[in-house]
Design a protein around this ligand. Sequence first.
Ligand SMILES: Cc1cc2nc3c(=O)[nH]c(=O)nc-3n(C[C@H](O)[C@H](O)[C@H](O)COP(=O)(O)OP(=O)(O)OC[C@H]3O[C@@H](n4cnc5c(N)ncnc54)[C@H](O)[C@@H]3O)c2cc1C
Length: 617
Amino acid sequence: MCLATREEVRPGMTDTGIDRDALRRRYAEERDKRLRADGNAQYVRLADRFAEAARDPYLPMAEREPVRDDVTFAFIGGGFAGLTVGARLAEAGVRDVRIIDKAGDFGGTWYWNRYPGAMCDTASMVYMPLLEETGHRPTEKYAHGPEILAHCRRIGEQYGLYGNALFHTEVTSLEWDEVRARWVIGTDRGDRFTARFVGMGTGPLHVAKLPGVPGIADFAGHWFHTSRWDYAYTGGDPSGAPLDGLADRRVAVIGTGATAVQCVPELAKHCGELYVFQRTPSSVDVRGNRPLDAGWFAGIATPGWQQRWLDNFTENWEGVLLDPARTAQPDDLVQDGWTDLARRLRALLAALPPEERTGARILRAFEDADNAKMTAIRARVDAVVRDPETAARLKPWYRQLCKRPCFHDAYLQAFNRPNTHLVDTDGKGVERITETGVVAAGREYPVDCIVYASGFEFGTDYTERAGYDPAGRDGLRLSAYWADGMRTLYGLFARGFPNLFLVQLGQGANLVSNVPTNYAEAAKTVAATVRHVLDRGLAAFEPDQAAQDAWIDLLVARGRPFGSPDCTPGYYNNEGQAPGPRQRFNVGYPDGAGAFFVMMERWRAAGTFDGLTFTGG
Ligand SMILES: Cc1cc2nc3c(=O)[nH]c(=O)nc-3n(C[C@H](O)[C@H](O)[C@H](O)COP(=O)(O)OP(=O)(O)OC[C@H]3O[C@@H](n4cnc5c(N)ncnc54)[C@H](O)[C@@H]3O)c2cc1C
């Protein structure tokens, strides 16, 4: 990157010599190449005709009798959402919590995603919940999948969540029984039991998808989705044992998003030939993973440490985005790619004289910070990848938060191996699959195995992804209630759906950079509300109409939608489709996640549960 002096800066140029206008043009061209009319409909589910490939490859299903009892709390989903809520309920003295999951164990994302090289992208110290409570010290700055999965099991054990859990069980119906003030839960295992309260934590990224390209069902070789990794075929295991089954195989990876960035380096080490099919390159920054030192950890792990880290992460990540006047640098305990991004923004804003901190200048400062970062990320590709043509094709041409930012120290390097071939499709994607291989840019690549690193549904309807459609008071379906857009109070409660908690990101903190932070806070609210109902012998609660309406009005008036239509298409921006009227509701608290958490802390502490109506007792 060449540096220009202040005198040399032209209007369209930043003072680091980056041509702002040229970049804008290039970004728009690259986005336009990738826009397509079918949006989310371009994908097909790993289900129905692909049901066999969706089966759990990790644990066999045990036979059991259908369950027909009553529990205090049922939670649908055994990932971090279910585990944190289960833990806080156990602490609050609610012992009969039943977690139900399609998976064979706890873990959610980390149960299913056991592909080689899987690890978290936000720092373990904030990503792994309940570290302080369990006394676990993450072994690495970014823990690998097996450690995160083991931690999920540790939480399940410590809080006694295994005894009541139902695994390999899919919830297929959920209906409110007004007379008994109970939820009636039906499953694909013939269960029909009741619960006073239900939590839904079915996950933001749990429905695996495949590219809906012609011929996808015709391939006669072996194939699987990365969330159903077939170690019986590839050899090896999730802890890094060599994938020796691939030594003489030709393998295609379709997709170059966050999953591919993690598994391609492992595949490259072991495959005979590896073909990586790319539609849009990921931005891949330095990861700098390292072991966490036990002595250092002992020093910082004083009482309350994880909450301090979570608060510090939130403050660093969003402070400057919400209040550009706050240019002072807070300490950055976490120091990952996300806080680095915020730090750079702050530095740029701090350099602006206060009288120049107008809306337009601030937006330009954001753009300049982004341009500098993405220029450095592209320069890193040139520095790492030896073949200039491959390097050129691996460069991302969009702003850093247009797609999930990736961090890795072996992905780009993998393309220097003679067995690893990038098949760039210039934004078009794979054309079709044949019986024997993959066709891209008019050429067929014969392969023995296809690994679909094609990700998960995100922009589809919540109830479609959950796999059941809750029926609340008077049989009102959640899908019908939300037909014109999501409606909740605090993202957690919905009018007409008594004793139901929606443990997810939207209409609350909406903190996408570190998902578990949202759950750490929601779990406290769930436990406090349940305790209130039980302690007073009440039957049910739900949000007041007026409180919910006021919340929605606030969000719609001032909330900022996530993802920009100016970005290259992806799951962050609804595949580039213009936001429809329903998207207006997909926002978080306008004053930010930190302010939302403080507000909810006060709400819990007040003990009056303003905005909720309680009945019975
Ligand atoms: C590979 C990968 C890496 C990630 N890394 C990060 C990261 O570094 N930082 C970050 O913030 N986020 C990351 N994420 C996002 C991740 O999904 C969240 O961090 C978090 O794990 C979500 O927890 P959850 O409990 O909401 O959902 P999940 O972990 O997805 O759990 C939901 C569970 O619900 C079950 N379920 C769904 N429907 C039903 C039903 N009808 N009946 C029964 N069970 C059902 C599913 O089987 C699943 O096990 C990553 C995601 C992936 C896929």
